[in-house]
Ligand binder design. Structure first.
Ligand SMILES: [Zn+2]
Length: 564
């Protein structure tokens, strides 16, 4: 692979609650695996994320918790930032959209777009709460669902039947602020006429061409991502308001617009750029290299609920602004369910990352492994605690951990931890070394295609190869009769272990570090794996357990917690 520059983003996390495993499996772990791999291959990568701190749901949450909006965003920003760090998600920067620098950046974007006549300004009648003297965002209005009759449906969606609604459709609408019946009042907003962009969007998404030039390989995009975009475009894009009447957010940078802010989905993706600028300043880099250089690959990792924003709205904004590159790929994941039910922050049906980290100290990689092995890459997936336990015990402990354990224990026992020399290779040794050489390529190719499950399965297959080699050659039986042959077998086994240490880093960085310590490996890159990299007489450290077995009681505790 030619060395390249990459800008990788993970969806900004909405700062109205703690991060849970559904978020992790959707947009954060796959991005982290991808970035760790790209860096190991020697590429120049910036990995951007942060808190999305605007929008009506945040102000609603602050009312619910009876604290200020600032207290809400501070609480969840720092909580989530720490949880990501503790889980080994290695962002270059975890920024926040409440930063003044971001407000300025988003306002500059808006002004440029406004000056290029990208928006249309329109006046319409919107719901208004007379008692509280404010216009009501969709989430601030509730009423009876016209579809199912649920009495507390919100102005954007009925949470009972899932129907997408507009406030106008609600029967007997009420303000969530004062419980009064809202009136309709005139207000002006800036709209993005998305329908004007259908043609180039269609070519870009479905054919991979932009300005009549090849932009990306369509076959590298996930089918469900293209499918969702296609259904939006074929269904006819409409105009969407890019401003809101709200007192929380990025103020509209135009005279006489008191009480108006940018639509949260306009300012949030611009937040990726603001964060890059901030990171570049402290890292002595030029941010433009990461957003305005056509040789840079921009990749957005998101959940499928954000596809329209990253594949349609944000690309329109970037293209109309000018100078910016568009994403090369948007490998959105589908949803992860929990024990057969949809994850829900409001119904407390979730596994919160910070809680997991408290309850399973030192077992970060067990969850990383499970969430990757069972990732909702192309269809929804289900997380169960039993499955988590089985994968930890039967795959990590019994296959990966067991192989490393045997290799290191035998080397320490027979040669006091000094790697014995490789002598004459027989045919079987040569076959094993040839197979070993293929793994970095196989795993790397799968990662480059965003097939992380497949890549991880190959990593376990490499541990299986090591176990099979030991089982077939039985060095523990040979030791007394053929020391020379035993030395060769152990040497080859240690080379496999060293490759595992390098190749497991994107998926399980904590394990990689432990294994590197045991093997006393210095910093090797991806392309060193698959080769003979440990020299004769290299001294190993004593072994430590890479993975811990998880007992039934511990799993039952978690299941009980969920059902509380
Ligand atoms: Zn309903």
């Amino acid at each position: 692979m030619i060395k390249k520059r990459y800008t990788v983003t993970s969806a900004l996390l909405y700062a109205n609650g703690p991060v849970h495993i559904g978020h992790i499996a959707g947009a954060y772990l796959p991005a982290d695996i991808y970035v760790r791999y790209l860096k190991s291959k020697g590429n120049d990568v910036v990995f951007i994320c942060g808190s999305d701190e605007h929008g009506a749901a945040i102000t609603l949450q602050s009312k619910k918790e009876n604290v200020t909006t600032k207290e809400i965003i501070d609480k969840y920003h720092y909580m989530n930032k720490k949880a990501f760090e503790d889980f080994g998600i290695n962002f270059s920067i975890y920024d926040r959209t409440s930063n003044q620098a971001h407000h300025k950046n988003a306002q500059d974007f808006f002004k440029t777009l406004e000056s290029k006549n990208v928006f249309t300004k329109k006046t319409s009648k919107q719901f208004y709460d007379k008692k509280n003297k404010q216009f009501l965002a969709d989430r601030y209005i509730y009423g009876e669902c016209p579809k199912c009759g649920y009495q507390h449906a919100y102005g954007d969606q009925c949470e009972k039947c899932g129907t997408t609604l507009s406030p106008e459709e609600l029967i007997n609408p009420k303000s969530t602020l004062s419980e009064s019946t809202p009136i309709k009042k005139e207000t002006s907003h800036w709209y993005l006429p998305m329908q004007l962009h259908e043609k180039w969007l269609k070519n870009w998404i479905e054919k991979g061409t932009l300005n009549n030039k090849k932009y990306h390989d369509v076959s590298s995009w996930k089918k469900h991502v293209i499918g969702q975009c296609k259904s939006w475009i074929d269904g006819g894009l409409q105009e969407r308001a890019m401003t809101r009447d709200l007192d929380w957010g990025v103020k509209v940078p135009i005279k006489d617009t008191e009480g108006k802010v940018l639509y949260v989905w306009l300012d949030a993706p611009i937040g990726y750029i603001s964060a890059t600028k901030k990171w570049a300043k402290t890292s002595k880099k030029n941010w433009k290299d990461y957003w305005q250089n056509e040789n840079t690959e921009l990749i957005h990792f998101i959940g499928k609920d954000n596809i329209v924003f990253h594949c349609i709205i944000f690309p329109i904004i970037l293209k109309m602004h000018g100078n910016y590159i568009l994403p090369k790929n948007v490998p959105a994941n589908e949803f992860l369910n929990l024990e057969g039910k949809k994850l829900s922050t409001s119904r407390n049906w979730a596994i919160w990352l910070h809680k997991y980290l408290e309850d399973f100290k030192g077992q970060e990689d067990s969850l990383r492994y499970m969430l990757c092995a069972n990732a909702p890459e192309n269809k929804d997936a289900d997380f169960t605690w039993k499955d988590f336990q089985a994968r930890n015990n039967n795959e990590l402990v019994a296959i990966f951990g067991n192989f490393i354990n045997r290799v290191v224990i035998l080397t320490n026992k027979y040669w006091a931890g000094n790697v014995p020399p490789r002598n004459n290779l027989n045919n079987y040794d040569k076959i094993i070394l040839e197979k070993l050489a293929h793994f970095p390529i196989k795993i790397g190719n799968a990662i480059e295609k965003f097939k992380f499950k497949e890549a991880l399965a190959e990593l376990i297959n490499l541990s299986r190869l090591g176990n099979k080699y030991l089982a077939d050659t039985e060095p523990w039986k040979l030791k007394n009769t053929d020391e020379v042959r035993t030395a060769t077998i152990m040497n080859i086994s240690i080379q496999i272990a060293a490759s595992l240490a390098i190749l497991c880093d994107p998926f399980m960085p904590f394990t990689a570090n432990k294994l590197k310590t045991i093997l006393r490996l210095s910093n090797f890159a991806w392309d060193d794996a698959g080769k003979i990299i440990i020299t004769d007489n290299h001294k190993l450290n004593p072994t430590t357990h890479l993975f811990e077995k998880i007992e039934d009681e511990k799993i039952q505790e978690q299941i009980d917690k969920l059902n509380q």
